[in-house]
Design a protein around this ligand. Structure first.
Ligand SMILES: [Zn+2]
Length: 262
């Protein structure tokens, strides 16, 4: 399978497009040693969100590394943040501008198209099918796109990122009342800094599928990895930190699901 998927019973689908660490052999053979460390992975999110199954949420998580193809970029590879630096559909370098490919080994356009069909489309087909199923069952559904990133990445932002960054395409992907509910709970917690539609406004998944007028409310949470893990190799999960943030994540996702029933 090209992803891990579990169907749930409540109107909440959590997508994790950047947790994949597998790389097909023919691509791995052309990568640099630095690429094979996969430093830009959204590490450990499946573990961090391990309460979702008990909650009854549907979950979809990637198998393949974002270095193979980025599931949170549009298939036509347009820049999500015009005028700002970002990595593309098939990135050529890491967040810290280290090359991913050995000299001359970068994919050409035909290979990008092959990767779209082989690795990008299956995830999106499953995502769309599950949203349609939940929408049919419940009439309203929340799509929660779960991400994490190193808290300091000079290429993308100055200084340290807020701990919790909610993105709703500047309000287009999600009802304002739901965004206010979620951001309000995160702020009321008091233990983390919070931004809404700051540097991260939601990627392709949030923007493409989040259609409040259709009953699909898309919200992206980009969280600092410093809230639950070590940000340097070997990127260890930190139970002591995770134990603080996990109850909040559970509260937020539960509140999102509950909101659909109002
Ligand atoms: Zn991500």
């Amino acid at each position: 399978m090209d992803y891990q998927f579990k169907a749930g019973g409540i109107p909440l689908l959590v997508s994790m497009p950047h947790v994949g660490t597998d790389i097909p052999d023919d691509i791995a053979a052309r990568f640099t040693p630095g690429a094979l460390d996969k430093p830009d992975t959204d590490w450990h999110l499946v573990q961090l969100y391990d309460f979702l199954q008990e909650m009854g949420a549907s979950t979809l998580s990637a198998r393949w590394s974002r270095y193979v193809i980025d599931l949170n970029r549009p298939p036509e590879n347009t820049n999500l943040y015009p005028g700002q630096d970002t990595t593309g559909l098939c990135p050529l370098d890491t967040f810290h501008r280290e090359p991913l490919y050995q000299d001359g080994q970068q994919p050409d356009e035909a290979e990008v198209q092959r990767r779209l069909a082989a690795y990008w489309k299956p995830y999106h087909d499953q995502l769309r099918a599950e949203l349609d199923r939940l929408l049919h069952l419940h009439g309203r559904v929340v799509l929660w796109d779960a991400h994490s990133i190193a808290s300091i990445v000079p290429r993308f932002f100055e200084g340290k990122l807020p701990d919790l960054n909610f993105g709703t395409a500047d309000g287009a992907s999600c009802a304002p009342a739901l965004t206010e509910t979620i951001a309000g709970l995160a702020q009321a917690h008091g233990g983390y800094t919070v931004a809404v539609n700051g540097r991260f406004k939601g990627g392709h998944i949030t923007r493409h599928y989040g259609k409040p007028e259709r009953g699909v409310h898309g919200i992206q949470l980009e969280m600092c990895q410093s809230t639950y893990m070590n940000e340097t190799l070997p990127f260890a999960y930190r139970d002591d930190l995770a134990a603080r943030v996990q109850p909040l994540l559970r509260q937020l996702t539960q509140a999102a699901a509950d909101w659909t029933r109002q």
